[in-house]
Design a binder for this molecule. Structure first.
Ligand code: NAD
Length: 508
């Protein structure tokens, strides 16, 4: 086993710049162009590793390797149970290396170590869950009206999956794609975000160690417009599983359409979090904070539009401001830190721009809206938790995804009005409803146009429950049994039982 990518473990505390290569057909390779790019620690603003810059030629090599592996008996002839066992082994290995992987993602992305330790301990569950599914993906026997025919279906893999992952939860979102894709017998080429490739590259030796044959999993790092686009255009790619922004998602779908590759799109959100006057306000306030300030608001499911009933508007707002002012910002690698830096400089600039837009639109900034000035936070890309009130639903800060810790607060008078406002957005990813009235809770949940609705909770996810978007938040589902359809196709097999083939000129 080539331990090339393992080296940073031992260098974690050192200033040496680690170099990562592409992983194609079980080999670590330089990009064909020889180019590389730096990856930055958002807490220090410093480049800490150098990544190979893959391009069209590298993508072609990786896709061809994945296709060859798909057809190779080493993979194709594995029983579904054996495939499941490989995934289970990978889950065990991730468990053993959970802390190390968490540290790398914290370093590369600025995600809190306290959240990453939970994420990397949760990731093996995706392996175990889909390992369990591997030998339970069944066809059916169809009770036809033709007594001489035995008709059954086979559910088969698609071939090569191209997985394109964003920067905000690189490892977790990779597993959302990779675990079901492999469980169903596909092979995969993964293109991580150019901003956060390291944790996936550190995972590769574990994939090898688990025993996946060469070419089954390939990683091509590089930029979206080059490596990412090449993957979506490649005629040997049978399916693209994409997570990212809406505009990129549209490009991905267009490219994939040229060779009729299937596509699933997990895109952005502008999720409403709705608080009715009878809600348990302590819980609601925690849910609001979880929705918008956890991960510094850099989550697709951010509850970035808060709808407060007029009666409790003032009280909730006061509690929110109080809590926001006590959030501990700082070094993401410290367990006590509650908000880390923004992962990218471009993202920080985008957040600042939206604060200006909010002010120009006439919203009232009641907390935050700027970078903190504490010396400890100066080097990193920090932004304070930010709250706007007096927001109207047509404003850009209520309609557009900011992807940062910026909360737009709106008020409402009754259920009908809040349902109308909550649905009045191009997005439909998540929604929160806070009420003690069980009938209202379920009534509103039915009316909300979103792929996930949380009642008296927020930001829960599970490998066992489907996740995905309505409207511009995308199509296709990840997680749960639902995703298995995204990675399989159905074959209908007809068997004549009578031993004769009558009149050849008549369809039967
Ligand atoms: P992005 O769309 O800029 O990039 C996502 C990935 O696509 C990256 O790997 C990038 O390199 C690649 N890419 C960029 N241009 C491409 C192209 N032309 N062809 C192919 N690939 C290309 O998104 P981002 O900034 O990395 O991530 C943030 C976005 O992701 C937000 O909109 C967020 O809501 C969304 N997101 C959605 C979910 C979900 O499950 N719905 C989860 C996390 C993030």
């Amino acid at each position: 086993m080539d331990l090339g990518a393992f080296a940073p473990l031992w260098f974690m505390g050192m200033t040496e710049i680690k170099k990562y290569k592409l992983y194609i057909n079980g080999q670590w390779e330089e990009a064909a162009s020889g180019k590389t790019f730096g990856t930055i620690n958002p807490y220090t603003g410093e480049v800490w590793a150098e990544i190979a810059e893959g391009d069209e030629e590298d993508v072609d090599r990786a896709v061809r390797a994945a296709r060859k592996a798909f057809e190779s008996p080493d993979w194709k002839r594995l029983t579904p149970t054996e495939r499941g066992n490989l995934l289970r082994k990978l889950g065990d290995l991730v468990k053993d290396h959970a802390e190390r992987l968490a540290q790398i993602e914290t370093r590369d992305n600025g995600k809190l170590i306290r959240e990453m330790l939970i994420q990397t301990r949760l990731i093996p569950q995706w392996c175990y869950y889909y390992a369990g599914w591997a030998d339970k993906i069944m066809g059916e026997v169809i009770p036809l009206e033709k007594p001489n025919i035995f008709n059954y279906t086979l559910r088969e893999p698609l071939g090569v999956v191209g997985a394109i992952v964003p920067w905000n939860s690189p490892l977790l979102l990779t597993f959302w794609k990779m675990a079901p894709a492999l469980a169903t017998g596909n092979t995969i080429v993964i293109k991580p975000s150019e901003h956060t490739s390291a944790s996936l590259l550190e995972l590769v030796p574990l994939i090898e160690q688990a025993g996946f044959p060469p070419g089954v999993v390939n990683v091509v790092t590089g930029y979206g417009e080059t490596a990412g686009a090449a993957l979506t255009r490649h005629h040997l790619v049978n399916k693209i599983a994409f997570t990212g922004g809406v505009e990129t998602g549209k490009l991905v779908a267009k490219n994939a359409a040229n060779h009729l590759a299937r596509v699933s799109l997990e895109l952005g959100g502008k999720s409403p979090n709705i608080v009715f006057p009878d809600a348990n306000l302590d819980n609601a306030v925690n849910g609001i904070i979880a929705g918008i300030f956890a991960a510094s608001g850099q989550t697709c499911i951010a509850g970035s539009r808060l709808f407060l009933h007029e009666k409790i508007h003032q009280e909730v707002l006061e509690r929110l401001i109080d809590k926001a002012s006590k959030i501990k910002m700082g070094d993401p690698s410290k367990m006590e830190t509650e908000m880390g830096p923004i992962a990218l400089k471009e993202q920080l600039d985008k957040i600042k721009k939206y604060v200006e837009i909010g002010l120009q639109e006439g919203a009232k900034l009641v907390y935050g809206g700027e970078q903190p000035t504490e010396p400890e936070l100066r080097k990193g890309w920090f932004f304070k938790p930010t709250i706007f009130t007096g927001v109207q639903n047509h404003m850009r800060i209520a309609q557009e995804e900011i992807f940062g810790p910026v909360l737009s607060v709106l008020t409402f008078r009754d259920e009908e009005e809040v349902i109308r406002l909550a649905n009045d957005t191009p997005y439909g990813l998540g929604a929160g409803i806070w009420t003690q009235d069980i009938q209202r809770a379920h009534r509103v949940a039915r009316e909300i146009q979103a792929g996930t609705v949380w009642i008296n909770t927020y930001r829960n996810i599970s490998f066992a429950s489907p996740f995905g978007g309505y409207k511009n938040s995308g199509y296709g589902r990840e997680n749960g049994p639902e995703v298995l359809r995204e990675y399989t196709q159905v074959k209908s097999v007809w068997v004549e039982l009578s031993g004769t083939v009558p009149d050849p000129f008549v369809m039967r």
